[in-house]
Design a protein around this ligand. Sequence first.
Ligand SMILES: Nc1ncnc2c1ncn2[C@@H]1O[C@H](COP(=O)(O)OP(=O)(O)OP(=O)(O)O)[C@@H](O)[C@H]1O
Length: 574
Amino acid sequence: MPGPNGSVPAEAQLRAAIEDTLRVTGSWFALMLGLGLTGVLIGFALILNKTQLFTLMPTTLSRDTLFAATVFWVIALVAAAAIRIVQQHAVAAVSRYVSERLAVPAVLCTVQRAGRPEALAGEALDAIETMREAFGGQLPQIALSLLTTPLLLVLIFALHWAAGVMSVAFCVAGGVVSLLMTRAAHRAATVAGESRTRAFGMTADAMRSGEAVLAMGMLPRLVRHWVAAAAEGSAEAWASERRAERLKTLLEILVGALRGSIIFIMAGLTLAGQNVNGAFAGAILVIGTVVGPFMGIGAHLRSLTGALAAWQHLRGMVRGTAPVAEGIAFPPPATALRAEHLSFGYRGPTPPLFRNLQLEVGAGEIVAIVGPSGSGKSTLLRLLMGILRPGSGGAYLDGHATSQWDRRELARHVGYLPQDALLSRASVAEAIARLEAPDMEAVMEAARRAGAHETIIGLPCGYATLLTGSYQLSMGQRHRIALARALYGNPRLLVLDELAGSLDAEGEAEVARLLQRLRAEGIAVLFTTHRPNLLAAADRVLAIRRGQLVPAGEEVPVHGTLRLARAPRPAVAA
Ligand SMILES: Nc1ncnc2c1ncn2[C@@H]1O[C@H](COP(=O)(O)OP(=O)(O)OP(=O)(O)O)[C@@H](O)[C@H]1O
């Protein structure tokens, strides 16, 4: 369902991809089961054929019987091989289909939902990977084995009761040992994994703060912590591993016992005067097919239940998620950004951040938002940008909810500076041009306005410098480039989180001058800051208090007491 500019929202794409995948894999699974059952029936027929041959040949000595049985045997073998080839191709094809059909929309959706409380994309990716692994692995064979076991057992009992009893006994014993073994191995892997994650986390942490660790003599204590974290749980992991090893040996003994007992039971029954040759030989051919899957049922069941849970999860997501409306390309905004009766809280036990919040920012107006760390400044900007959806009320640009705008259209009119500033897989010019083909005149104009031009031309490759390259940009340099990206294309509205970020005093003064210019050009600016000096450049300063925006007074508590550089103009929140 293309949008007005030919694009389809990522959530709609993911939903369509999941629906397609469920449909295709459902048909595929039915095909695999159908082929599998046909294979089992052919197997039965082959066994009956051999049993017949074995029983009849000594008495009839008929060439015709031998010829007919041989022809049947060849046809059945060819059919079984053909089924196997089709199954292998189908497994490879469906595994590739699942990956290819879902990967792109899942990634798009993950990016689109970044910062939102809903976890759809992450969950979908996990479920997709579980399903892909299962489809590419032994899932159809396992499902088939479990479904055909009762049928095979009936056949074995029909051939000979003793073979039937033996099969059931080995199925049960093998199944129980296999389940216990898988549980022990899984426990060992989980405990070892947790301990490894703790140790890796500490290592990453130490690397991030390497200088502080060395400078303040924390290295010996850090090493002790690291060793303790690595050792924690290793005793339990070791014990579980030993248990799994012992159970594996028991399983191997069971397989050996199965092979041996066939001969002994056959001998015993012969001694008891029974003619077991034909029937028992047929049963022996089937016993391995029945008992084999039970010897590995622990691992198989884990994979099967994981795949079924992933399947149910994806189905639930498709049923439970309303299709997301596609973005609309409204005309360029002429008037204001407004928040009306906006309420929002992240999921969880924390109280709502905003209740009935009101705000209006008109063209050419500069509004600053202040508040202590964690009061919700960044969250409010995300809500205004339509990245987060409010619980009630809304954020509107020119009267249209910002979440309803087509994002690329909105980006033409709005520049946004998040705190976590830059993508790294691009050149400086591409980053400023928002990953489009850079219009260098506009890129340099934005860089000059952001005070980034001088910095950029001093980089090893200037505007072509790769942000991933060996050249390490300082926090202040990255911030200026991100600000240039927000200014690119002369948007009518700027939403800037921590406007002065990690800039020095000179950078702060430049930003204040930029605000004056933006006001003169009639551009609306909403920014957050912890810098008192910047508040002087704002027309209004609003503070977040008890979930609402109120005019900030002479003193605004931001990290203690913050004095405004000059008395704020009369401030209204909405
Ligand atoms: N994705 C999220 N899920 C749950 N809680 C979140 C999420 N993002 C932020 N929060 C919480 O919401 C509150 C407001 O966070 P926010 O980042 O908006 O504050 P802030 O005023 O911008 O802080 P700072 O001045 O330090 O940047 C904090 O308590 C934070 O822990």
